[in-house]
Design a protein around this ligand. Sequence first.
Ligand code: ADP
Ligand code: MG
Ligand code: MG
Length: 200
Amino acid sequence: MDDATLIRALVTACCATIEEHAGELTKLDQAIGDGDHGLNMSRGFKAIAAETDALAAMTLGDALKKAGMTLVMKVGGASGPLYGSLLMDMGKSASTAPANEAEVAEMFRAGIDAVKKRGKSDVGAKTMLDVLVPVAETVSEGGDLEAVRARTDEALEATRDMLAIKGRAAFLGERSLGHIDPGARSSALLIHAVCNVLEA
Ligand code: ADP
Ligand code: MG
Ligand code: MG
């Protein structure tokens, strides 16, 4: 796949899964947040979809940077700047499509470091990082797509029994227990979408 084909496929798959699951993301955020995660993600990814042609004309790195900036600008909630930082720093780390797994792992690591910085957060706080970080581990260990998918689902489910200590859910204290984190769910959806594209 050349960069343009890859970028189009990634945009299409990511936007489609967010649209399809926007209602579910909203429900999860109604349980432990303010109920706007579906809307926030949908608004951001619709704006990215509207830029598909411009993105496909860029290198993968520049496209990731531009898509990240779009999320920062279009999404009001915490998730906009956080996913925006993820994509922007992934884009800064890899100019063209990564040639091997080690480069994918490095790109992912750079993006996740930016999320940690921006969110002043790390694993164990019941956030998107509780999916992103374990999955990045599996990628850097050389895990195949099946291993990545399995780790994603396991990590997502594990957020259910975590106590939220970052983001709005932290206000709930113990009442955040028993619910999957909305941002962890959107991260899982996006990872599955990327896996499907890479497999095709
Ligand atoms: P908001 O909380 O501003 O309404 P969203 O509902 O769109 O924004 O996003 C909420 C998600 O963002 C949470 O479920 C969590 O995964 C993620 N999140 C919130 N704060 C942080 C943080 N400091 N670090 C990492 N992720 C965070
Ligand atoms: Mg919210
Ligand atoms: Mg909000």
